[in-house]
Design a protein around this ligand. Structure first.
Ligand code: PGA
Length: 233
């Protein structure tokens, strides 16, 4: 299982140093991918994780103030990068076209993109989930070769589920994952959105889940340990 720990905009340097010790003390068979904020990427990570970033520039380099390039991430041993997280789509108005460019920049540098897709509550109520997911994926993978497509990890995260303690019915998740598999048969698929040490018992029963993208739980290391024990048993 791949477990992505998305710290989002949390943990200053001092807090992160303490967090590293707590993560280091976790004994897990899963592949842990830690995505700290950009500044913390510069700090030697725990020994039991691969390093991920939460975002990357759509440009390869140049006069783009405030941006961080795939080349720069690579030079800090970043192996994975989230792309198109709903918080970036909403607050930074990231478009599917930019997301497509970001994926290309990452693949150029051999960094694995973790493409986040998911519907709003309103889209769900209007029965548009399948269409939204399909569009987000199709536009994100435009112009990629088959072998490039195979390298992308997809994270299905219903937007209404993120940070709300609500998750879809198992059957609903399974239907979406099946649709993603039809579009990208060789990609690994993660589920994200309010995943915790309690609801993992239900999520565990869904066959097509290859791993999880954790936000809030990534910061609660004691609960994270319980979660990892449960998925590894
Ligand atoms: P959450 O966030 O686990 O806190 O709901 C998941 C995410 O946004 O990646």
């Amino acid at each position: 299982m791949i477990i992505v720990l998305n710290n989002k905009c949390n943990l200053n340097k001092e807090e992160y140093l303490k967090y590293i010790e707590e993560i280091n003390a976790i004994d897990s068979q899963s592949k842990l991918v830690l995505c700290p904020t950009f500044l913390n990427i510069n700090i030697t990570p725990p020994t039991n994780v691969s390093l991920g970033a939460q975002n990357v520039s759509a440009k390869s380099q140049g006069a783009y103030t405030g941006e961080v390039s795939a080349n720069q991430l690579k030079s800090f041993n970043v192996e994975f990068c989230l792309v198109g997280h709903s918080e970036r789509r909403i607050y930074q108005k990231e478009t599917n076209k930019e997301i497509n460019s970001k994926i290309k920049r990452l693949l150029d540098k051999n960094i694995t993109p973790i493409l986040c897709v998911g519907e709003t509550k309103e889209q769900k109520e209007k029965n548009q989930v399948n269409e939204i997911i399909r569009q987000e994926i199709i536009m994100a993978i435009e112009d990629l070769t088959e072998s490039e497509k195979n390298k992308i990890i997809i994270a299905y995260e219903p937007i209404w589920s993120i940070g709300t303690n609500k998750i879809p019915k198992s059957q609903e998740i399974e239907n979406i994952l099946k649709q993603i598999k039809l579009l990208l048969p060789n990609s690994q698929i993660l589920y994200g959105g309010s995943v915790n040490e309690k609801n993992v018992d239900t999520l565990k029963k869904i066959n097509l889940i290859d791993g999880y993208l954790l936000g809030g739980l990534s910061l609660k290391t004691n609960d994270l340990k319980i979660f990892l024990k449960k998925i590894e048993n």
